[in-house]
Design a protein around this ligand. Structure first.
Ligand code: 3DU
Length: 216
């Protein structure tokens, strides 16, 4: 993944035309579009294909199944043009390895600690393990919580130069500049951009805030 703006749009917009127009409006401020179930369930993999025609698409399917099923899911995402996929670590090393193998040149990111309050109940207890697993399995990087910059910092110590993408900015209370200063390579932002009256202006504001942060 090529990181320039350090900003990825989470396009959780189940209205296809609106999703397409927001993606277009913010394309010069973002490094890619993250697509999750709300959009794919509404638009099928066709929307991944369309978005992938003009940039980096990260399929956030939070893949967490047995290795064979993981492989089949990743193959579908790759065939649709995804440049990256997100999987969970809790299904175990063989499951993550199946994603990495099926992905080929497509990036694989492993979720560590989820960014919402409930993420502290279970995922936080194993976040370091998931980060080590991501490194061992040859993943591109990890997903770490922008809502807890101290955790981003701790996980950076484990993953070295692998990429850290941090969701949780804006609607969930995290600040882009703090996540970047803590060691995230990029932040993932959804509602703070797509619910804004002017999504392009909102993306520009976050991109400017990121530029003012002190990246690692
Ligand atoms: O809260 P937002 O609207 O900025 O959206 C964040 C997106 O990132 C959303 O798609 C969510 O499913 C995803 N995500 C997290 O929020 C937290 C994680 O730990 C992992 C993914």
């Amino acid at each position: 993944m090529r990181i320039r703006h350090r900003l990825i749009l989470a396009l959780d917009v189940p209205e296809i035309d609106r999703a397409r127009s927001i993606a277009k409006a913010v394309s010069d401020q973002t490094d890619g579009i993250k697509v999750n179930w709300p959009l794919v369930l509404a638009g099928g993999l066709g929307i991944v294909r369309q978005l992938a025609a003009s940039g980096y698409v990260l399929c956030d399917f939070k893949i967490a199944d047995i290795p064979n099923t993981n492989r089949l899911i990743v193959e579908q995402a790759v065939r649709a043009g995804a440049s990256g996929v997100i999987c969970h670590g809790f299904a175990g090393e063989d499951s993550v390895r199946a994603c990495v193998e099926a992905a080929g040149k497509t990036d694989v990111f492993v979720v560590t600690e989820l960014s919402h309050p409930g993420g502290q109940e279970y995922t936080a207890k194993f976040a370091e393990d998931f980060a080590r697993l991501a490194v061992r399995a040859g993943a591109t990087g990890i997903i770490a919580p922008a809502t807890r910059p101290d955790r981003v910092k701790a996980l950076r110590g484990i993953v070295g130069s692998r990429l850290i993408l941090a969701p949780g900015v804006g609607a969930q209370g995290g600040r882009a500049s703090e996540a970047i200063a803590a060691g995230a390579d990029a932040v993932i932002v959804g509602r703070a951009i797509y619910e804004a009256k002017d999504p392009a202006g909102a993306a520009r504001g976050i991109a400017e805030e990121i530029r003012s942060a002190r990246p690692r």
